[in-house]
Design a protein around this ligand. Structure first.
Ligand code: ARG
Length: 578
């Protein structure tokens, strides 16, 4: 596979340039597949050699490329070497490409691409990924949905690259909102409704109290009083709060399950509330805490110490803030889980918050804060269902399923199946995910049901549809394992294209691991599906001689498993029939 070829080319280069082979492994990249048969498979951009100091730079790029080219000779693996602009191109023997690729693909379907030398260079360790993190009793908005699916992708990716991953949900489960909710529940709450539909009921109570409080001063008093009781851990208040939290988590878990998302830990702001005094004390001891005229406690973050930027960590009444709890939480996680890196996933409005958090941690002497990272994403406009505004995650999943079910019932290609709702749900969710992952995470985008659910465009539906088509072909005709593979049966352009494309898989994962952007993998899989669509047209199985049919089936069945692996990393559950 990619590895074998990269290694052979690296060996060649190392002999000529008198440098260790490894130096060339990451400098080589697989060329995007193209129908032009003459296309090379790998290229070496000459400037990366200079940049990485692998060879001393002498003369211009072109003449260096040509000088190197003169010394490179084809061999049993590489059949052609040519120079392009500032690059050297390598084309491997077609038969060897087919042979090696199918051999590796057949070895361990699940691990294809993952044990590559390129990926082995990535640092590995325990990775804590914090995502989703909704606020109890409040709306689950588009930002929480994005955080959930992006965080899940990052956790999946890190895990399959060999890191030990801890998945954390940091609930908004503390603060004045619970004073409001507690006071409100005593007035409008119902234990029955709470058991029946907890998220809805808590939300309703919360909205109602807020509305009522506008005209009823007394409610604010009651809310403050309830929160005071919570802060003092008074039994009655605490047990109600506990109940709200437990019931909400149970409910969330159900919905996350539909999304294929899980967490190892449901932590939350409440867990760290009790540690905030210690944090403040520590800041004080380190001389980092300043008291303002208003009586608030702040940390000066300006480069020159003129308070031009600062972060407030203590209110004048001595209570903690969001950031204070985050400082405590980070330190606590480091102590408990000794992570190698920690990744937070939220929308970009919190960029400043995390910037300040990391800066404060560093100032406190926690050098590991350098390995904390905030992955931020843009806003989603117009996420609505037929019933209106989205309030719960469930609303969006229900709508995706209903719309997909409708589309399936309209399509003549839809197969008979046992549980169409389940398929519609999985396909609907893939549509949500692909719409969200296609562009750079930083960009805002417009939520469009019709567009994301199209069967033909670059959508999650198209990925699922291609996967299901391959499954039904394999189910009817077999997976091509019957005969010893004869590579000369797979030399058609559409077969070579797929294999060339698969050569890029480890590189794509490598890029994703570096910038944590799902778009590389999404675009890779979409292109794979387009290549599969033409191969299915051009390389019929039915009606072909037995050995040809078997060889094609083998290619299709291997391709299917790479597609499924990639989909799973994105957080999509592949369907076998649709
Ligand atoms: N609950 C917060 C919100 O909805 C997100 C929490 C993000 N994580 C954190 N460690 N601050 O905005």
């Amino acid at each position: 596979m990619a590895c074998f070829f990269r290694r052979s080319i690296a060996v060649k280069l190392s002999r000529i340039l008198q440098q260790p082979e490894d130096a060339f492994i990451s400098a080589l990249s697989a060329v995007p597949a193209s129908k032009k048969q003459q296309n090379a498979d790998f290229r070496l951009p000459i400037n990366t050699l200079f940049k990485d100091g692998i060879v001393p730079s002498k003369g211009d790029l072109q003449s260096q490329a040509e000088a190197l080219l003169n010394e490179l000779k084809p061999d049993s693996v590489v059949e052609d070497i040519s120079a392009g602009r500032g690059v050297i191109n390598f084309r491997v023997h077609r038969k060897i490409l087919v042979q090696k690729m199918l051999e590796t693909l057949g070895k361990d379907d699940e691990r294809f691409g993952l044990d590559s030398e390129l990926l082995n260079r990535l640092e590995k360790g325990r990775t804590l990924v914090e995502y989703s993190s909704p606020n109890i009793a409040k709306r689950f908005h588009a930002g929480h949905l994005r955080s959930t699916i992006i965080g899940n992708f990052i956790a999946n990716l890190k895990q399959c690259l060999g890191n030990e991953v801890i998945r954390v949900n940091y609930l908004g489960d503390w603060g004045m909102q619970f004073g409001i909710l507690g006071a409100g529940f005593e007035k409008y709450g119902s234990q029955e409704k709470l058991k029946e539909n907890p998220l809805q009921h808590l939300f309703d109570v919360y909205v109602q109290v807020n509305r009522e409080a506008e005209i009823n001063e007394g409610l604010w008093h009651a809310a403050r009083e309830f929160f005071r009781q919570l802060e003092h851990h008074e039994d009655k208040a605490m047990s109600l709060w506990q109940q709200f939290r437990e019931i909400s988590v149970k409910e969330y878990e159900q919905v996350y399950k539909r999304l294929g998302v899980r967490f190892d830990i449901y932590s939350g702001e409440s867990f760290h509330e009790g540690q905030t005094q210690e944090v403040v004390q520590r800041l004080q001891n380190l001389g980092l805490l300043k008291t303002t005229e208003k009586g608030t406690g702040v940390v000066d973050l300006s480069p020159t110490g003129d308070m031009s930027t600062y972060s407030t960590v203590l209110r004048s009444d001595g209570t903690s803030l969001y950031i204070t709890r985050d400082i405590a939480a980070a330190i606590d996680r480091k102590e408990k889980h000794t992570f190698h890196e920690m990744i937070y996933v939220t929308d970009k409005s919190q960029q400043n918050h995390f910037g300040q958090l990391f800066q404060i941690l560093l100032a406190m002497g926690h050098s590991w804060a350098q390995r904390c990272r905030h992955v931020s994403f843009g806003l989603v406009q117009g996420m609505k269902t037929r019933r209106g505004e989205v309030i719960f995650l469930e609303d969006i999943l229900d709508e995706a399923r209903a719309r997909m079910l409708h589309n399936m019932s309209q399509s003549i290609t839809t197969k008979d199946m046992e549980n169409p709702e389940d398929t519609a749900e999985k396909v609907g969710i893939s549509a949500l995910i692909i719409q969200d992952f296609k562009g750079p995470l930083e960009s805002d985008y417009k939520f469009e049901w019709d567009r994301m659910l199209q069967a033909k465009g670059d959508t999650g539906v198209f990925l699922q549809y291609t996967h299901a088509r391959l499954c039904s072909l394999i189910e009817m005709q077999g997976n091509g394992q019957e005969l010893e593979l004869d590579p000369s049966l797979l030399l058609e352009p559409s077969s070579i294209c797929i294999l060339q494309h698969l050569l890029r898989y480890d590189e794509v994962l490598y890029h994703s691991a570096q910038d944590l952007q799902p778009k590389h993998l999404v675009n890779f899989l979409l292109k794979l599906c387009h290549l599969v669509a033409s191969a299915l047209r051009e390389l019929p199985v039915k009606g072909s001689p037995h050995n040809v049919a078997q060889a094609r089936l083998r290619l299709f069945s291997r391709t299917r498993s790479v597609l499924a692996n990639g989909m799973r990393i994105l957080g999509i559950t592949p369907v076998y029939k649709m």
